[in-house]
Design a protein around this ligand. Structure first.
Ligand code: F6P
Length: 339
């Protein structure tokens, strides 16, 4: 009987539990394999903090946000001795293949382990939707829905008060959430890191709209856009930049240029919490099942990906080679509706 080790690392994302459930169910029901859950991401692999996962352990978790395994940003190659710091747990639990559910940083760590001889299948996860080699990541659809609902609500209060409201959303260096939710919510402008912005142009769009009789505007701002004034970003415990709040710098400039009262809403971690949408539940389930199938076949160095409507294996190197940004064509469609 083969043994799969499964872990979730990096920021959490709606759908992680759906993947875990699918890996465990598929391994038990179809492949007669065992699954060992590794607690708190790579940290559990370094500390030997694991638990056996039976089907009863994953019943009822499909709809739950977060991850029953916990997560962290600890990395064996940064905070330990690389392969040497995880090998004891792999051997002690007779783990044949690791199923690693994570974003770009986690997948790069997974690739290093592959190079060090560990069998790994990657599952792409992030609300940011910026992982290369897959068309969508689970969690993204949920985040877009949360932001769209927020825009719908902010629109009515903006209209009642004749205000401009800046809605700041997550996505780090890429503007997928901003672009999708901006289109879905009918935003007047969308600022994303991939495309330099000009606040005078944004102000002109808003003024033109107001001249046409619409006295309110919604501007979606991706958290990773260049701030008007360079500020030193705070770091988290693992040295990652803490983003969030750039809209507070942009708002007074827009208010000054337009003369319209401007307010800010930063949606933050609301976008990552709660139950996944039906689309994300299905995508996460399909990815988890495919990861268990590939592990049973003895595959390694592979990431499961959504290409078109199909779940396919792609080389982990391909997924780690790039961080995928919003394509110009999509942004151009969004721009059609500005103002
Ligand atoms: O990468 C996912 C993400 O949610 C980003 O969109 C955001 O910048 C970051 O994580 C926030 O991380 P943390 O929860 O560590 O503040």
């Amino acid at each position: 009987m083969s043994v799969i080790g499964v872990l979730t690392a990096g920021g959490d994302c709606p759908g992680l539990n759906a993947v875990i459930r699918a890996v465990v169910s598929r391994a038990h029901e179809v492949h007669d394999s065992e699954v060992v859950g590794i607690m708190n991401g790579w940290e559990g692999l370094m500390d030997g903090n694991v638990r056996l996962l039976e089907r009863r352990d994953v019943r009822g978790i499909l709809v739950r946000g977060g991850t029953i395994l916990g997560t962290s940003r600890k990395d064996p190659y940064v905070h330990g001795d690389g392969f040497a710091s995880v090998s004891k747990t792999l051997v002690a639990n007779a783990i044949d293949t690791l199923v690693v559910i994570g974003g770009d940083g986690t997948l790069r760590t997974a690739l290093k382990l592959v190079e060090d001889g560990v069998k790994v299948i990657g599952v792409p996860k992030t609300i940011d939707n910026d992982i290369a080699a897959t068309d969508f990541t689970f969690g993204f659809d949920t985040a877009v829905q949360v932001v769209t609902d927020a825009i719908d609500r902010l629109t009515t209060t903006a209209e009642a008060h004749n205000r401009v409201i800046l809605v700041e959303v997550m996505g780090r260096t890429k503007g997928w959430i901003a672009t999708y939710a901006g289109i879905a919510g009918g935003a007047e402008a969308i600022l994303i890191p991939e495309i330099p912005y000009d606040l005078a142009e944004v102000a002109a769009i808003i003024q033109r709209r107001h001249r046409r009789g619409k006295n309110y505007s919604i501007v979606v701002v991706a958290e990773g856009v260049e701030p008007p004034e360079k500020t030193k970003l705070a770091k988290d415990a693992f040295g990652f930049d803490r983003l969030g709040g750039v809209a507070y710098q942009l708002a007074p400039v827009i208010e000054g240029l337009t003369g319209f009262e401007t307010r800010v809403t930063v949606l933050g971690h609301l976008q990552r919490g709660g139950t996944p949408t039906a689309f994300d539940r299905v995508l996460a389930t399909r990815l988890g099942a495919k990861a268990a199938d590939l592990a049973a076949e003895g595959a390694s160095g592979i990431m499961v990906a959504l290409r078109g409507a199909a779940i396919v294996p792609v080389p982990l190197e391909e997924a780690c080679a790039d961080i995928r940004g919003v394509d110009a064509e999509l942004y151009d469609v969004a721009r059609t509706f500005f103002g």
